[in-house]
Design a protein around this ligand. Structure first.
Ligand code: GCU
Length: 322
């Protein structure tokens, strides 16, 4: 049994070190990477070097779907993916991709910091091999196009929009009148450039960090989704650590979420400025009401179908502060 525990003593009486492999699909200067570096730093410091975190950025280990699968098997220990990517594994995550489920960032935070919601979300995937450690703010998702200004929902007609591989996101674009194409993040730049798609939707870091602003020149503040990024960990890897080490992991994850708040806000301000001044991207305010109206049938569906009605209700209760 002792040999299964990481951090136990080896033959020379020294503590063994455990290396945790951590994968994500962002670049080295993206706030997500910086926050995961902070997570690793805290884990190493608090475990006195007994747990090391090795980060594989830039989607090196695969698309979000692939790294979730690798986290299930334990080939990867920790990964950061969008909640949208997790909905294919656990339907509760789909409600977090529901358009306009959070009217603003404050509402989103209220829900994501509600323990009833997070306990439900983080531990329900345990028998699938992984659990949630924390969430990161991934900003507000807005529509951006190569060459069409979208001022009203009617302008969405026939627009080919890349969405995350998530049923909810596919249904969202259909409800708005567009034509959704689900694909992994790493393929979006080429798809935009070659004209396979006319548009995509994401937070502002996609324009600069992922260079989408080189090809997409209109960024509309549709604010249709506020999807959390999730940090998940292989359940066995976590449980094989000592109780103290498990606490260290949980604490470091929570602290990195707070750290992320600051780096995120700074990065969005900087990247928006670069997109405007250096990439000539036009930022456009739109009236969200027609968009909100158009997706109401989706809310009806998610609040009543068997698979999602409980989590939908839990989210609404958290919004109301119950
Ligand atoms: C955001 C999110 C990523 C996700 C990406 C996407 O950037 O943080 O985890 O992969 O959106 O649109 O695919």
């Amino acid at each position: 049994m002792l040999f299964l525990l990481s951090g136990c003593q080896n033959a020379e009486g020294q503590a063994d070190t455990t290396e945790l492999k951590l994968a994500h699909n962002q670049t080295l200067d993206h706030p997500v990477h910086l926050s995961l570096v902070e997570f690793g730093r805290l884990v190493e410091e608090k475990s006195e070097g007994n747990i090391q975190v090795k980060i594989f950025p830039n989607g090196q280990l695969g698309s979000e779907r692939e790294v979730i699968e690798l986290t299930q098997t334990g080939a990867i220990d920790v990964t950061k993916v969008s909640a949208s990517a997790l909905e294919g594994f656990a339907s509760d995550y789909s409600v977090f991709s529901l358009p306009y489920v959070f009217k603003d960032y404050e509402t989103f935070k209220k829900v994501m910091n509600n323990q009833k919601v997070t306990d439900n979300l983080y531990y329900q995937t345990e028998d699938m091999g992984f659990i949630g450690l924390t969430y990161y703010n991934a900003g507000t998702r807005n529509l951006y196009t190569k060459n069409r200004e979208v001022r009203d929902v009617t302008d969405m007609k026939g627009l080919k929009v890349r969405v995350q591989p998530s049923q909810t996101s596919v249904q969202m674009i259909e409800s708005l009148g567009g034509i959704p194409t689900a694909m992994a993040y790493g393929e979006v730049y080429t798809a935009l450039q070659s004209g396979v798609i006319d548009a995509a939707e994401n937070n502002e870091t996609a324009l600069v960090g992922n260079n989408h602003g080189e090809v997409a020149k209109y960024y509309m503040y549709t604010g249709h989704q506020i999807v959390p990024d999730m940090v998940i960990m292989n359940a066995n890897t976590l449980h094989n650590l000592t109780a103290k080490q498990q606490d260290i992991i949980h604490e470091a994850a929570e602290k990195s979420t707070l750290y992320h708040e600051d780096v995120w806000a700074k990065s969005i301000a900087e990247q928006t400025k670069i997109a405007k001044d250096e990439m000539d991207v036009k930022f456009i305010e739109v009236d969200k009401d027609p968009f909100i109206q158009a997706v109401q049938p989706l809310h009806k569906r998610y609040s009543s179908n068997e698979e999602t009605k409980d989590i939908y209700r839990l989210v609404q209760e958290a919004i109301l502060g119950e």
